[in-house]
Design a protein around this ligand. Structure first.
Ligand code: 8YV
Length: 315
């Protein structure tokens, strides 16, 4: 029996490559030097796309594949997939929720603690010999007991909140509506009021047009010179130029960021700042979670071509 043909947008770990190759005929788009010619050559045979959160599938690509049936995202975020284009053609879209939630929450909390307590600066202070030559590291910021705002109380926001309870932090959140399973956390209905209230603001929203630049200049200034902004969601949720201005002028105290516009090539202004912690978009990047994400993506693709219900579909 011939294997369904799948367009693979980006690389996966070896264990996923083996499993995908066993079940499908994979066409590695990211390895093609002439992408347009590659698509023209394979357009008619491709029935599925295997992509990654940051790569998605744009309208032009979807339009170029007349027999496309399913787009399977390796990641929870599907903001880079043109859902309207998929919906118009009845193309199914799947993602990998739940399996990565706790890892992303772990990284978010780690970044908050690391930035507050100067962990990266402290390591450098010891390594460079400054400790012996210049004395103690400058005093850092307290983490426990602070007021924390969570912008977007979905699965990841909720796991961040659960962890912060252990640090005696007061927690408030925005969400489409108050959560009835979060009675100890305060619901605030807009980002500006949440930032005004918070010492630390976590951005754990889904990305996309509806939330683009929800953290704008006013929200950043409301968080203020003593505030710490942590983003493990999508760069598009923050007005990055306003963020850079605020970090450079001290209108915002500090930031800890796992996502950037144009990543992995980020604005060079970030590298010159000492009040920002920079991470390489690796919230879900533990081996155990990446194995679970790969297995779920494969399961979604297999379910579609076997005629089974899709385990985790968006469309
Ligand atoms: C991944 C992510 O880095 O799940 C998401 O939405 O952004 C991350 O887990 C990405 O999807 C892997 O390519």
């Amino acid at each position: 029996m011939s294997k369904p043909h799948i367009l693979q947008m980006g690389p996966y770990p070896a264990w996923d490559v083996g499993a995908l190759d066993a079940r499908f005929t994979m066409h590695r788009y990211f390895e093609a030097s002439d992408k347009e010619a590659f698509i023209r050559q394979h357009a008619n045979e491709i029935r599925g796309i295997a992509t990654r959160g940051e790569l998605g599938a744009k309208r032009d690509l979807i339009a170029a594949l007349p027999n496309l049936e399913i787009i399977s995202v390796y990641g929870v975020g599907y903001d880079a997939v043109d859902l309207d284009a998929a919906r118009e053609r009845g193309i199914r879209v799947t993602n990998t929720p739940d399996v990565l939630t706790k890892d992303v929450a772990d990284l978010a909390v780690t970044m908050m603690l690391a930035q507050a307590r100067g962990i990266v600066a402290g390591d450098a202070w010891v390594r460079t010999g400054n400790w012996a030559e210049k004395g103690p590291l400058s005093l850092q910021r307290r983490a426990f007991g602070q007021k924390v705002g969570i912008l977007g109380m979905g699965r990841i926001g909720m796991e961040v909140a659960r962890r912060l309870v252990g640090f005696d932090m007061e927690i408030a959140y925005t969400n489409r509506s108050p959560r009835n399973d979060a009675p100890n956390f305060t619901f605030i209905d807009n980002a500006l009021a949440l930032a005004e209230w918070s010492d630390v603001l976590f951005v754990t929203l889904t990305g996309g047009a509806a939330t683009r630049h929800i953290v704008n200049e006013s929200v950043i200034h409301a968080l203020g010179p003593n505030g710490l902004l942590v983003n493990v969601s999508r760069a598009s949720n923050i007005d990055e130029l306003a963020l850079l201005d605020a970090l450079e002028t001290g209108r915002l105290g500090a930031a800890a960021l796992d996502v950037f516009e144009g990543e992995p090539r980020l604005d060079p202004r970030f590298r010159r700042l000492s009040n920002v912690l920079l991470q390489p978009h690796h919230g879900s990047a533990t081996e155990a979670t990446r194995r679970a994400m790969g297995a779920l993506m494969l399961d979604n693709l297999s379910a579609h071509f076997d005629g089974r219900p899709l385990p985790t579909h968006v469309l």
